[in-house]
Structures are given as C-alpha cells and as structure tokens.
Design a protein around this ligand. Structure first.
Ligand code: MN
Length: 319
C-alpha cells in the first residue's frame, strides 16, 4: 500500500486541512449557572468545540455580589475531565466527594481531576468579597487516562513568565520555559497574562499547538484584533509568536494545546465516548452510586436532566 494522496493533510497540527493561523472571534452565549449566576459560555461554541484539550470555557463577572449569595452550584458529578477554577476577583469554596474543602482565591489554581468519577460543589463563602470575576474551564482527559483515580489539587504558588509590560502566570501546562505543577494529561497551556497599558509584545508560541485568547478585562488587541472582555479569539495553529497590544491595563487567558483528535461525547457534566457510557454515568448519579457524597453543602444535590431521545453523537474538535 502507498499513500497516493497528492495533498496529504498536515499532521503536525491536527488532521484537518484548515489548521493554519486564523482569527475567529467567538462571543459568549449567556447561560444561567445555579440559581444566582449567569455566565458567558465560549466553548463549546458553534463550529468550535475544543482548543487543544480545553473543551469548556465559561467567563463570569465581574458581578457585584455584596448583597447576593453569589455562586451557589450544588453537588454534581463529573467523569472524563478536569475542571480548572480561575479567579480574578472574589473567592470560591470547593467541596468534593474525596473530602476536599478548599477556598480558591484569585490567581490560585483549583484543579479537579474527575477521572472515572467525582462529585463536587462550588459556592461563594459567607462572608465574601464584593466582586466575583473568573473563568471555569474543563480539560478533556485522553482515553488512556480518563479512568484514572479522582484527585483535587490546589496550587497557590504558580510559575511566572515576565517581559516588559507582561506578568504571566502559568495555570496549567507550559508557557515558554515555565511549567505549572498542575497535573496535565496532554501537551497544553493555560496562562493568565496581565498587561500594563501600552504593552506591545510578541508572546512565544509552539507551532504545533492551536491557541485561543479569552479577554478577561481591559482593552487588548490580539494579533491586531480588538477582543472585548468575555470574548474568545480562536487563533488556529502554526504560530511561533503572538502579537499583543494593551490599549489599557488588561488581562487575558491564553489557552492552547495539541489538537485533541479523539472524538468525545460531552453531555451535561460528563465526558465519555458513547451514549451508553453517558447513560450509565447518569444512572449512577441518580441512584447514588460511583460518585460518592459531598459533605457540608447547604442544599440538595443537582438532579441530572433527562437524556435526549436521540443518541448522543461523538464529536471532534470542530463540529
Ligand atoms: Mn463542576
């Protein structure tokens, strides 16, 4: 046998043909989270489901929660993924079925690996800071590791990358020469970049990663494109550097990684590989098996929604 394809698809950065540098601006969809928080969902988005192994991106706030309960997400299950809690303002109290009880503060990493099964709750503690602003991110775990034991990590002291006008904190994976202590299962990066007004720089990238930038605050041009807070600019692959220009003091999250080529089924809080697997996870949550118990949350746990009548389709990184 021989490969007779005269235009073989690039393999260095994904199998799909359209994987060079692009600039696709994605706006968020408003989604209620629990009873008192509304988030902007950037991933999955129409036509763009993943950036590397990053498969879920919510941006919330800044919200004035001085006289509000703030975030109140009751106990719910996860499988096949990691969750990253990342704050710019406020704090979130994390509880999980391993017995973890951890307050996560701005620019500290709360990293939960569901592996085969975990459940957790997230709430604004009482009392809490006036403003809540952050991002909730999920990372898909590849098939070879997705049945691993559940774990929770809290890293308050993360590595830093600096340049003139830039203070970068590496959340997960590697940026330039700095690597986060958080456990990662695929080559990727998540980094928090704080830019001072007038900063004009080129951030070093890896050409075989795909990237996106989520604007958190301020005014910033990413490769010449103004990105408003709460929007995500997808950048594609094949870049060695990324031009960033801060029109005001600003903060963005850089998300990237090797394109995730496995097709996954993502439904509610589960990632699996088939409808049957998702249905089993749902039944296990509803019957109180596999996912353990979250202690101390003042309220009932979240019931699972009904499965759709049509089978769930395994999907790739695009549509
Ligand atoms: Mn969760």
């Amino acid at each position: 046998m021989s490969n007779l394809d005269r235009k073989p698809a690039p393999t260095a950065c994904g199998r799909e043909a359209d994987t060079g540098p692009v600039r696709d601006l994605l706006t968020g969809r408003q989604v209620p989270l629990g009873e008192s928080t509304v988030v902007r969902r950037l991933l999955p988005n129409l036509g763009r489901r993943m950036v590397g192994a990053w498969c879920f991106v919510d941006h919330y706030g800044p919200d004035d929660i001085a006289d509000e309960p703030g975030m109140q997400v009751p106990p719910h299950p996860h499988t096949g993924l990691q969750t990253v809690s990342w704050l710019h303002q406020g704090e979130v109290l994390h509880r999980d079925s391993l017995g973890s009880l951890q307050t996560v503060r701005p620019r500290e990493l709360g990293l939960m690996t569901s592996g085969r099964a975990i459940s957790h709750s997230e709430e604004s503690p009482r009392p809490h800071a006036r403003f809540l602003h952050g991002a909730q991110l999920w990372v898909a775990i590849p098939d070879a590791h997705r049945h691993t034991a559940p774990a929770f990590e809290h890293h308050a002291d993360l590595p830093v990358v600096t340049a003139r006008g830039l203070h970068g904190t590496v959340i997960l994976g590697t940026l330039d020469t700095a690597t986060s202590p958080g456990t990662a299962y695929t080559p990727l990066v998540g980094a928090d970049l704080t830019l001072t007004e007038g900063a004009d720089l080129r951030l070093p990238l890896v050409p075989d990663f795909e990237y996106a930038v989520l604007a958190m605050s301020g005014g910033v041009d990413v490769d010449g494109v103004p990105v408003e807070p709460g929007s995500l600019l997808y950048l594609g692959c094949g870049r060695r550097e990324l031009p960033l220009l801060a029109r005001t003091d600003a903060a963005v999250l850089l998300l990237g990684g090797e394109p995730f080529e496995e097709r996954i089924v993502m439904w509610w809080n589960f990632i699996g590989r088939s409808t049957e697997e998702i249905a089993r996870a749902r039944t296990d949550w509803e019957t109180g098996s596999r996912f353990g118990t979250v202690h101390g949350y003042a309220g009932a746990r979240l019931p699972a929604p009904e499965l759709p009548a049509t089978p769930l389709k395994p999907r790739g990184r695009e549509r």
